[in-house]
Write a protein that binds this ligand. Sequence first.
Ligand code: CA
Length: 227
Amino acid sequence: MKILIVEDEPSIAEVVSAYAKRDGYETVIASDGLKALEIFERDDIDLVILDLMLPKLNGEEVCRRIREKSSVPVIMLTAKSSESDVVEGLDSGANDYVSKPFSPRVLMARIRAQLRPKESRDNISSGTCADGRIEIDPERVEIRKDGTPIPVTKSEFLIFSTLVSRPIRTWSREEIIRTALGDDYDGFDRTIDTYIKNLRKKLAEPGHENGWIKTIYGFGYRFDDEK
Ligand code: CA
């Protein structure tokens, strides 16, 4: 899971990044608003931590532009903490608000809360598949193979967990979108193919080149537990 940290104060960006990495996230830092949008377009970002007072483009505007195309969680982290600032921040589409000075541990807890899969969206239960070699861990939004965490994005996690939840079932792309990603997903059917391709790349090994995901031509995908 990758977190984009948008912060023009290097010492704060470093602290947040260090804590996030310690919790197992990948991080990327943007030091101004335009760079933030550039990185957001380029990378597969799972959550954004956003300072409000930024060079080039302020945080509210960055948040609005992200919202035009994505429902990724945004946590605002800022010294502006009057009631009207908080209201404006949340109005521009932020999911949560943490004011400076902040406790990094509290910030990490807020991040975990945002990244936890939504109850209504899925009933992903923890469990194992592939003869116990692959573990699904909804608490940490993590897939482990032979005990080693596989670096997946939240969307990839939700898609794989959905396939595993009904091992014999074949899922159409549309069903995968609806079940795994929810109604607020606004990509195309074929975007699923990209997620599947990435998952396969991450899970594949000799004998399981398809990463335990079988293509059913003309229909969709299913979890492939064949020996
Ligand atoms: Ca700032």
